[in-house]
Design a protein around this ligand. Structure first.
Ligand code: UDX
Length: 436
């Protein structure tokens, strides 16, 4: 099929490359010329395992091209909207400017029978409004909502082999046509028995935001238990293991630590709450305010713990921060708990030496005032305390002799990812969030 992907950020660039990999003829469109030239040169504008290889093979196949000129999509059958829906400045609600602009810019170039497919995460009610906009085009075009559940770090795998497909379509004949077009797009995944849920626009939109709300709640639940564990001498990681054996609960997404960040969970739960209030249903989603508050308290707790182990003040102390990305296998520092903690330590007078396997450049762009070094061994030189804030594999595997350069033998595990006994038996003071 001929496919366009409007918006070539984390979601769109991966989606475009994966659609080409599946055999479709794809054109990626973005307003940012720098992003487009990088993608044309098969360079991923962000770190995502597997993406550079996929871009190179798709570009070489001739099935993937990129442009800043929206008029080049005129021959396309299916247009995916993959632009961002960031949090509005000073508000919790989502900013729909880019989604609205993307759909509006497409209208003059829609051909008869074209399908516009929303993938961006939007407040419930957006798709039915956009469907009216698409219906105002001079041709017979349709809208579907097909939310994306990809995780950064696994984006290629999640896009090529999704664990479910959700199609939000209109009722009647045009909805049936939309379903058969989407089935053709996702033929390969469907042949592998990927579950497919066909539903209305509102349910499709809600599937995405409620999935993220559930995941955020699960993380904040275990972090609330960590607060209780800290006060009572219990061990939150053993607690998670034990309750996780109950198949109804499950162990995944019960890792307690610094909490969630990134470009999705924080802003999505806030936008969901804001939408609930707009709908007069604030009480139904008020708990998400607690989920957010518990999550943000983990960062303060980490700073408090660092101050405590360093004798009550951070002023003049040298602290090594290992990990800046919001999670491993990503260079994304949007709303990163680790970077936030690093900045708070600095604000209290500490000298922070920070490192990350991939996220130094992205961190530097936001916070040039921090000191960055390439490796953990460099970061710890002369450090009074070492903080592991993102659980990259190479930090999880550190052994005490790797950090011989540190001045103090204090290690704080912000992700409960280190072997406590290994560090204690080597004479280090090991502290973590939620464990004695
Ligand atoms: C998330 C959703 O998982 C994905 O389905 C959606 O499409 C986009 O948002 P992502 O932002 O890539 O994906 O990251 P995810 O793996 O969900 O992790 C989010 C945050 O939660 C990270 O900061 C991570 O460190 C934290 N986390 C995750 C925990 O603190 N504990 C856990 O047990 C799991």
């Amino acid at each position: 099929m001929k496919i366009s992907v409007i918006g070539c950020g984390y979601l769109g660039a991966v989606h475009a490359a994966c659609m080409a990999e599946l055999g479709h003829e794809v054109i990626g469109v973005d307003v940012d010329p720098a992003k487009i030239s990088a993608l044309e040169a098969a360079t991923a504008p962000f770190f995502e395992p597997g993406l550079p290889e996929l871009l190179a093979s798709a570009n070489a196949s001739g099935r993937l091209r990129f442009t800043t000129d929206i008029s080049e999509v005129a021959e396309v059958d299916v247009h995916f909207i993959a632009v961002g829906t960031p949090q509005k400045k000073g508000e919790f609600a989502a900013d729909l400017t880019y989604v609205d602009a993307a759909v509006t810019s497409l209208l003059p170039y829609l051909r008869d029978g074209a399908l516009v497919v929303g993938k961006s995460t939007v407040p419930v009610g957006t798709a039915s409004r956009l469907a009216e906009l698409v219906a105002s085009a001079p041709v017979d075009a349709m809208l579907a909502w097909n939310p994306e559940f990809l995780r950064e770090g696994f984006a290629v795998k999640d896009t090529l082999g999704p664990d479910r497909l959700v199609y939000g379509v209109s009722s009647g004949e045009s909805g049936t046509r939309a379903v058969s077009i989407l089935d053709e797009v996702f033929e390969v995944a469907l042949a592998h028995d990927t579950p497919r849920i066909i539903t209305d626009y509102a349910t499709a939109e809600l599937v995405k935001v409620s999935a993220n709300a559930f995941l955020a709640t699960k993380i904040s639940f275990i972090n609330a238990m960590a607060e209780i564990a800290e006060a009572t001498g219990a061990d939150v990681t053993q607690l998670a293991d034990a309750i996780g054996h109950d198949a109804r609960i499950g162990r995944r997404f019960l890792n307690s630590g610094l909490g969630f960040g990134g470009g999705c969970l924080p802003k999505d739960i806030r936008a969901f709450r804001a939408r609930g209030e707009e709908l007069g249903l604030g009480d139904s989603l008020a708990f998400l305010g607690e989920v957010d508050a518990i999550n943000l308290r983990r960062r303060s707790r980490m700073v408090d713990l660092t101050r405590e182990v360093l004798g009550g003040s951070l002023d003049g102390k040298r602290v090594a921060v290992l990990g800046l990305a919001f999670k491993p296998d990503s260079d994304d520092v949007r709303d990163s708990p680790s970077l936030d903690v690093a900045m708070r330590l600095k604000a209290e007078g500490a000298t922070v030496i920070a490192t990350d396997p991939e996220a130094i450049e992205t961190s530097r762009r936001l916070h040039p005032e921090l000191d960055y070094v390439r490796t953990a061994a460099e970061a710890v030189v002369g450090a009074d305390a070492v903080l592991v804030l993102t659980e990259w594999k190479n930090y999880r595997e550190l052994v005490p002799t790797d950090l011989d350069g540190a001045a103090g033998r204090i290690i704080l595990d912000g992700r409960n990812c280190l072997d406590r006994e290994r560090w204690r038996s080597a004479g280090w003071l090991y502290r973590s969030l939620g464990r004695p």
